[in-house]
Design a protein around this ligand. Structure first.
Ligand SMILES: N[C@@H](CCC(=O)N[C@@H](CS)C(=O)NCC(=O)O)C(=O)O
Length: 206
């Protein structure tokens, strides 16, 4: 059975979401980050970056969360995978963009707000994130104009990848009321049974 390394609270969450969408069995290997299990010699053989997630699917090993969601959809011939080169380009466009541009400020803010003790918090990092996020959110808002989903008029890997990044903003209680398209689409994505299941997994994870 496929093994997914990393807690649903981490970037592994989007891989669990994909597996739940596919309705396939998997084994969760959460790894205790406080005990540095993600830096163990054994785990570094799976992901030499010492980060989660990673998957082991038989003999096949893969890391990078969005490469994993893409692989899983394609491997299982899901309609969530790209059906042609144009769709593939768009799925990768939104995925790379969300990881490189959108997630960076969101995670910087999340780390300050949730993991750095108040006395060591750097308000400039939070202010910088709050400053830059609207620029990216406007791109997504525009990209969703007149559309229910990002690519191909159906729920795809792109929606899981980008909506999981928007999930970080929900965790930060970021006010998305200026972005009606994002709000509606995110609600559509996160309210899917698989999205709800992963949310429940997150809530029961410490
Ligand atoms: N781009 C990578 C990022 C992976 C990543 O930064 N994971 C975090 C948890 S969300 C991690 O393992 N951090 C531990 C560390 O950096 O030591 C992906 O999407 O898979």
């Amino acid at each position: 059975m496929i093994k997914i390394y990393g807690s649903p609270l981490s970037s592994a969450g989007r891989c669990y979401w994909m597996m739940e969408e596919l309705g396939l069995p998997y084994e969760q290997v959460p790894l205790n980050m406080r005990e540095k299990q993600h830096k163990s010699e054994e785990y570094l053989k799976i992901n030499p970056n010492g980060k989660v997630p990673a998957i082991v699917d038989g003999e096949y090993v893969l890391w990078e969360s969005m490469a994993i969601t893409n692989y899983l959809a394609k491997k299982h011939n899901s309609p969530m995978a790209a059906q042609n080169a144009e769709e593939e380009g768009q799925i990768l466009q939104w995925s790379f963009w969300s990881l490189v541009d959108l997630q960076k400020p969101a995670v910087d803010w999340l780390i300050q707000a949730m993991f750095v003790p108040a006395e060591h918090r750097n308000p400039n990092i939070i202010a910088d994130a709050q400053n830059v996020l609207p620029r990216y959110l406007q791109v997504l808002e525009k990209g969703l104009t007149g559309k229910n989903y990002l690519v191909g008029n159906r729920f795809t890997v792109a929606d899981i990848n980008v909506a999981s990044v928007i999930g970080i903003l929900h965790a930060l209680q970021f006010d998305l009321s200026n972005y009606p398209n994002i709000t509606k689409w995110s609600q559509t994505c996160h309210s899917r049974p698989a999205g709800q299941k992963v949310q429940a997994m997150r809530s029961s994870t410490h």
